[in-house]
Design a protein. Structure first.
Lengths: 561, 561
């Protein structure tokens, strides 16, 4: 068979069902082979950036390998941001690219049009990247690449084929050598003992969940462990959907965290961190006392993560998939329910603070989604609103954020990928600025009539940056508001130009929104400038002492629980 | 003064008038300083890619330093394609970025949100790139960076500042140490002798002009040299505007060249290549006999370029700015006009071939531009149409292509930059697919009411790729036509959504088009599928023997001239 066919066969082996990209001369053979295969659909994007995001969204939603391809030169550089996104958020994505030039002559600025060294370009933001110029290199590179993407701490891989090689013959070397490695983890015994001892000695332990739980698909077993041991679970903001509706789950922490979650965190004496990189401001006055006062055990699949400096913590390189089931078996129930009772008290007292009409409106919209449907958030103030709205009513819905790279404009591409990963309705939420970055993909959504509901949180501003301007002490706004150089198109007319149904909404208005379930829709929410995130944690304040403050009496009552 | 102020002062020294970007927290100080300076305007784009293209367009149109900035992480990766564009097309562009993290820990996948090593990322596609973490490094890096961008073979530079450093104090070390280096060129004597001797010995010499002439600003002196010596000038397609209207200029060569230009090339016995990298297919059957049969002298400022293998040629590393004036002084007029007469004959006989209604319509539109206004072309079949239309009527108008990197979707951003470089009307021509890549920038054009006329050559297809599919032998279309997965929005409604005036045109229809001269406009030309580039050079044919063929009699008459 041809190398192109071999490659397609490999993707099928990895259960890939959809591939995204924009064709170009050097990679035509591959996409025609994709098109011929009955297991895979190949999709045309309108900017390679969106194709590469779609592969991220596909990987994030399915947990399987996401795949995007691009032609040489600008096709590849157009994907850079999404490749970095996959790297930072540990998404298993395979980027397939091609070139025509036989050898690279680095001393020459250009030898042939569009030719460049793709591999060197992405080296720092991929787990594995390889230029393939000989048939003999194909099988090893493809297997190593696919394995790297889905193994250990997941991440992006780039395979860059010579166009000539794609059309060359290769013998199919048998199936299934592409299975994930079982990585070289530490023996869990010492780790399990340390965890169980720490939990026995602790009066107020918490499990802190991160996306490692999602990536290792241990959502259910961690919940079981929490139930068996009666230990409350907290998470980072981006992981709030992992055990969302569970009664032992008490929300997300951080400087943008929920009041009750931070309150619970402030009282803990033992944190077991499951696949959470503890990226909240552990060195700030707000969180330092907690981190210093509690026993901390960090569990992560990436050894390098454990070298991040968190004083007094111990860390183990483990695969949660192996560790948590063993913990469930070994653990014994705790004897006191007092701590869980306090957590419930805190949640009950505080959960209704920090709401506003926009959050309530978004929460109504989220309510209208079915379980197992997906919300994809863009970057900006809108994501903070969504996190809060999800905390009110999101249980059961999948939530996708751009977590560590924070790429404005990524949501629309990811929403397309998430749709194909689930073949279920997706809600894509973006601000009026973020919406513009990849607005061209409305064409894809419209022409393929995908059931994607796009919610534009329109506040006529670059709200998060406006906050930065103020915090940094600038006395006037620059490029962040309608009066200072920023603007946006008429989204109702944009919807019309792309042939997408449109509906406007206001946070404070009653009246039901009719959400479509089998075709594209744009819902524009006019935030009217009064629906920002009011709650904030001033520098130096204890992490539970958000502004606006709750009454002194209530605060000291809760603080003394 | 603060480092931000120092940086702005440097830009003013380099006569920068406009800077493009999207703000972010780490780089706020710099853009507020830009905003305060009366010599510089700072502009807000709607995707960093377009900001970075705008800087390319500004540099390409003005010949001065172009500048774009971006915030860390995705801000920088979003600019990658345009940075590569500047590298491939030798455009002097300074990219200014910022970061907040003090030290980079490469072994850790993420330490802080969005933090990465920007410099390593762009190393292969910049002339100079430097991370600046100490005040002591600022002056040297800024001077070295600006110098590198504008000296020798021009190109992009990236300076990546720590946010802290931007706000730190620096002493302004005096002006003007940023002037371009006079690079280490070869003594022109040997070179001049060789050129003059070769020209004396040649019966049919040509000057082959490339963009090096534009970049060295020697358009007028090369024309003088041609006049003094009565030597015809040819160029590559992307340089057809350099001496466009000159009577000794005979068009552009190559496999997409003009029939008469290639005919002239086929008869030459001596090629003096001025800043032209001879990227046409010199090893193909079509061009090899010419390259082997003629004496070739290559003049380039980039030593590496001269090592490109063109058998039998000699090359000199020279600065055309120094060389050409000396040649003008030394050269003596040639005695025979026979060769120029033949060139005119060939042009007269052949210039009306290979036309079609779309080319004629575009040529009418180009006619309506004033001299010194600018045409910016996108990538695809539309650029070939424009090249031909320009050959009919473009004299005096500036023409900008994406030459070596061939970035689809770059024209709209570049058009914005070209406008600010000239403060004159710009026509931006793109296909219906290319138009979609950075369609978000219509918002910039509209909200700032720039006099940019956007011409969409709409053929409902990805025409150039459709050709590739056919040439590579695929029997059906895939993602290139309306029936095979490709589509585009209703551009009339798009214009309305962005508040831009719209007009439709058909190649064969009479009736005048009213072209606006002081506000944005979209003109959509419906090509109706019959206005492709018919003329082509089949593999193995002599370079002057395009299909469709001219009559045998005429061909052999012209061939025997």
């Amino acid at each position: 068979m041809k190398v192109s066919q071999y490659l397609v066969k490999k993707l099928v082996e990895y259960k890939v069902t959809d591939v995204f990209g924009i064709p170009g001369g050097v990679i035509l053979d591959f996409i025609y082979e994709l098109d011929k295969d009955e297991n895979i659909d190949v999709h045309l994007s309108y900017h390679e950036q969106a194709a590469a995001y779609a592969a991220c969204g596909y990987a994030q939603r399915s947990g399987r390998l996401g795949v995007a391809y691009a032609t040489k030169g600008p096709g590849v550089t157009n994907m850079m941001t999404a490749i970095a996104e996959a790297y930072y958020d540990s998404l298993p994505v395979l980027y397939i690219t091609a070139h025509s030039q036989k050898a690279l002559r680095r001393e020459l600025r250009i030898e042939e049009e569009q030719e460049m060294d793709h591999v060197r370009l992405v080296r720092d933001i991929t787990k594995y990247a390889k230029r393939i110029d000989a048939v003999g290199e194909v099988a090893e590179a493809v297997n190593a690449g696919c394995r790297a993407a889905v193994s250990g701490r997941k991440g992006p891989v780039l395979l860059d084929f010579s166009a000539r090689i794609l059309k060359s013959e290769i013998e199919f070397p048998g199936e299934h050598e592409g299975k994930p490695d079982s990585a070289d983890h530490e023996a869990p015994d010492v780790c399990i003992n340390n965890i169980l001892t720490s939990l026995r000695e602790s009066a107020r332990p918490v499990f802190l969940l991160g996306d490692g739980v999602r990536l290792s698909k241990t959502e259910e077993t961690i919940a079981k462990l929490s139930e068996k041991m009666d230990i409350p679970m907290l998470s980072s903001r981006f992981s709030q959907d992992i055990v969302g509706g569970h009664e032992n789950y008490f929300g997300y922490i951080g400087s943008h965290g929920l009041r009750y979650s931070n309150f619970i965190l402030s009282k803990t004496d033992c944190i077991i961190s499951f696949g959470n990189r503890m990226a909240f401001q552990t060195e700030s006055e707000s969180f330092k006392p907690i981190v210093e006062g509690a026993k901390i055990i960090r569990l992560d699949i990436d050894e390098q993560e454990l070298q991040r400096d968190i004083p007094g913590s111990s860390g183990y390189r483990v695969d949660l998939k192996e560790l948590i089931p063993e913990l469930v078996q070994t653990a014994v129930p705790r004897k006191s329910f007092e701590w869980l009772r306090i957590c419930h008290k805190l949640k009950d007292e505080l959960k209704d603070y920090d709401m506003n009409p926009a959050i309530m409106k978004l929460s109504c919209l989220i309510d209208m989604l079915n379980e197992d449907e997906t919300l994809v958030c863009d970057i900006g103030n809108n994501e903070l609103l969504v996190s809060r709205a999800y905390a009110v009513s999101g249980n059961g819905k999948n939530l996708m954020h751009s977590k560590a790279f924070k790429t404005v404009g990524s949501a629309i591409g990811k929403a397309i990928g998430a749709y194909y990963a689930s073949r279920k309705r997706v809600m894509c939420i973006a601000g009026d600025q973020g919406m513009q970055f990849n607005i061209q993909e409305l064409q894809y959504i419209s022409s393929n009539q995908l059931p994607i509901v796009i919610v534009i949180c329109n506040n006529n501003a670059s709200e998060m940056l406006k906050d930065s301007e103020r915090k940094q002490g600038y006395t006037y706004e620059l490029h962040t508001t309608l009066n200072s150089g920023y603007s946006h198109p008429n989204f109702k007319k944009i919807a019309d130009a792309y042939g997408i149904k449109y509906m406007a909404a206001r946070p404070s208005a009653d009246g039901t929104i009719e959400m479509l379930d089998n075709e594209p829709q744009i819902i524009e929410i006019f935030l009217d400038g009064q629906c920002g995130i009011q709650q904030h944690l001033p520098k130096g304040y204890p992490c539970q002492m958000f502004l606006p403050q709750i009454s002194k009496d209530l605060y000291s009552y809760l603080d003394n629980l």
